[in-house]
Design a protein around this ligand. Structure first.
Ligand code: FE2
Length: 212
């Protein structure tokens, strides 16, 4: 195992919960590929933000977000599996999809790319590819199944143009809940909440002892 792969497992220990060995390996491979094409060497070094400069967490990197979304999504799966055992939800796809849904942020949040796009957006756009699009490219290149690439591509508003899979719905709802609850709890930096969220609530003050 390379140092980069060991770092990925350390930052995203829920990878071990994926029961299928091939899916587990491809999940690590996807993150290793994304990081190797970026300035980042660890998942935890990618800033904890929904989009560059938007919903910027007071503390915690992208690893905290990915683990949180995966845990919320798994809680949904476990609840429905227990209460409605007739509902068929793929737990492995949820875990791999939860951990890889933002794999494209290694590209979109890369400060080198950000500076390039900001310098002249007329050349390749700003950003050229949002993280869902780039993330789908990474997932397919790394050998992850279509079901996981679909979650990377369509967990965001990009997915409003298609019918989402059941697993994508679960991750999408967990992702929105994670950001909405974080922002309403006052965990995001002042002035970084977009209007469509800001009109829904007034962020509560966090405890001063843990304030960043
Ligand atoms: Fe996310």
């Amino acid at each position: 195992m390379t140092d980069m792969e060991a770092g990925i497992l350390e930052d995203l220990p829920e990878i071990e919960l994926i029961s299928d060995e091939g899916l587990r390996t491809a999940t690590i491979k996807a993150w290793a590929l994304a990081l190797s094409k970026s300035i980042f060497t660890r998942v935890r070094d990618i800033p904890g933000e929904a989009n560059p400069g938007i919903m910027v967490m007071r503390r915690g990197g992208q690893d905290i977000h990915l683990r949180g979304v995966t845990k919320l999504a798994l809680a949904s799966v476990d609840y429905f599996a227990e209460t409605f055992p007739e509902a068929v939800i793929d737990r492995d796809v949820i875990i791999a999809g939860g951990l890889c849904h933002d794999v494209g942020k290694a590209f979109e949040c890369d400060p080198v790319n950000q500076a390039r796009w900001k310098a002249d957006a007329s050349l390749v756009g700003r950003p050229s590819l949002r993280h869902p699009v780039y993330g789908a490219y990474i997932c397919l290149t790394a050998g992850l199944p279509e079901a996981v690439a679909h979650i990377a591509a369509c967990h965001s508003p990009e997915g409003d143009n298609v019918k989402r899979s059941l697993e994508c719905i679960v991750v999408h709802e967990a992702d929105v809940a994670w950001w909405k609850i974080s922002a309403a709890s006052g965990l995001t930096q002042d002035g970084t909440i977009p209007d469509h969220f800001a009109k829904m609530f007034e962020p509560r003050n966090i405890r001063s002892s843990t304030a960043a």
